[in-house]
Design a protein around this ligand. Structure first.
Ligand code: FAD
Length: 429
């Protein structure tokens, strides 16, 4: 079982820390990796878990958690060390994010949007082709963004959804950037923009359009638009089923001027990344890996009569409960295995098997987390789904996973089926 005591309770009465989801020895993690992941787990368990119900109930942004993430150096987890960050690679980030998701889904999901602005412009961009001058310019620009994060605790978000086919990768983004002297003029709208009203910079994906040119996905720009720029507004309310603390409202951009240095990636590099580094879209899954573990942890504690805030009634002696926990443990291990493999083999130019496995991992985590949460509710029973406990929040938050574009559960099935049966360019004509 995974709800083990990682460190014994201290004489001062501090709660014992949970064991990591992925044990460092068993999963062959390095000491530095394990230390970063442990930092995230401790913060999640000792601080974020206690605040999660308030953010959820009030649908408010976890501002206090972001101050703590900054203090712990975790806003810069994927910023290269030479720029003052922790220099975590993709796998280390994913494992740390799963630990945060285990204790507060909304914090983990929004943290993902923030971290991706540094992961995509950082280690991922380092794997892509750029000529020397463009790489040097990118290096100069990203240093500006990284300094804001490390020194000032600046928060970046990642709004790309527009309500049409663009977020699924089907067509060019409708949000447009027209070249202007020293930068661009941006016009458009983003829906479900997590961190709206709370991020300092909105990392917007948009299409660069020059006079007389047709919109093309190749011309996608990734621009960090200051939240306080003239012409930026946040509209609409936010009262969803789950992930309520993400505050994913609508963003409008009306003739917003952004300077050249706002570019988080050089021209053409986002498109190259989307083609050559597909695991960049698997980064929404760690949150839900954490939620899957949380549903299991809850069930074991509850059935053992060890859930804080509930009477110490044991329910573990019933064979039906034992079978349900066995089923949950098997499901959890299956999810962990495929997901760990997929995040470990994230790289440029993955082969077909690796791409199909990434889709399968995304599907398994996003659907599996909610299946585990549903099983947990059935197994623990009525008293376990009261709002005073975390399980019903885990259930609602986990329901959102399969809806996240571009790799929704449906689109993963669609791609696996098609790409397993057809080689590139093959038709039945
Ligand atoms: C809590 C939460 C936070 C979010 N945060 C962000 C964020 O920070 N940034 C951001 O950009 N987005 C964010 N999203 C949005 C998310 O990624 C999706 O864009 C959104 O859920 C899509 O909703 P929709 O109804 O517009 O989908 P639609 O486009 O209407 O699609 C509905 C479903 O149809 C299927 N579908 C869509 N296109 C195709 C296709 N071409 N072929 C086959 N099937 C297709 C998909 O399975 C999809 O789920 C968030 C969503 C949630 C729930």
């Amino acid at each position: 079982m995974t709800v083990q005591v990682g460190k014994s309770a201290t004489a001062t009465g501090k709660a014992a820390l949970d064991a990591p989801i992925f044990d460092a020895d068993a999963f062959r993690l390095g000491d530095e990796q394990a230390a970063i992941i442990a930092r995230a787990r401790e913060l999640g368990q000792t601080v974020f878990a206690g605040r999660a119900s308030t953010y959820d109930r009030d649908a408010t942004f976890p501002t206090e958690n972001y101050r703590d993430l900054h203090r712990a150096g975790l806003l810069g987890i994927s910023i290269p060390r030479k720029h003052g960050g922790l220099g975590a690679d993709y796998q280390t980030y994913a494992l740390a994010a799963a630990e945060i998701g285990r204790y507060c889904g909304a914090t983990a999901l929004t943290w993902n949007m923030h971290v991706c602005s540094t992961l995509w412009s950082g280690p991922l961009a380092d794997d892509l082709d750029m000529d020397t001058a463009i790489r040097a310019e990118h290096e100069r620009r990203r240093a500006i963004h990284y300094k804001r994060i490390i020194d000032d605790g600046a928060i970046y978000s990642q709004p790309f959804s527009e309500g049409g086919a663009a977020a699924a990768g089907g067509v060019a983004f409708g949000t447009e950037a027209k070249p202007a002297k020293g930068g661009w003029i941006v016009n458009g709208k983003k829906i479900f923009a997590s961190l709206s009203g709370h991020a300092d910079y909105y990392g917007v994906l948009c299409t660069e359009i020059t006079e007389g040119e047709k919109a093309s996905r190749r011309n996608t720009l990734y621009l960090a638009i200051p939240a306080n720029a003239a012409g930026v507004s946040v509209v609409g309310d936010w009262d969803p089923l789950g992930m309520r603390g993400t505050v994913s409202r609508t963003l409008l951009f009306k003739d917003v001027f952004v300077e050249d240095d706002a570019a988080l990636m050089p021209r053409g590099v986002y498109f190259q990344a989307a083609m050559r580094w597909p695991h960049m879209f698997l980064t929404l899954s760690p949150t839900y890996m954490g939620l899957a573990q949380a549903a299991y942890d809850f069930t074991v504690r509850y059935l053992r009569g060890e859930m804080p805030g509930t009477p110490p009634v044991k329910r573990r002696m019933y064979p039906t409960k034992q079978i349900a926990v066995a089923q949950m443990q098997i499901k959890l291990e299956q999810i962990k295995a495929i997901w760990f493999q997929a995040v470990t083999e994230a790289r440029p130019n993955p082969n077909k098997e690796q791409v199909l496995r990434a889709y399968a991992a995304q599907y398994s985590v996003m659907e599996g987390a909610n299946e585990l949460a549903a099983l947990a509710i059935r197994t623990c029973g009525g008293q376990a789904m009261l709002k005073s406990l975390s399980l019903e929040r885990i259930y609602r938050d986990s329901r959102c996973g399969s809806l996240m574009l571009p790799w929704t559960a449906e689109l993963c099935l669609d791609r696996i089926g098609r790409e397993a049966l057809y080689e590139a360019g093959e038709t039945d004509d």
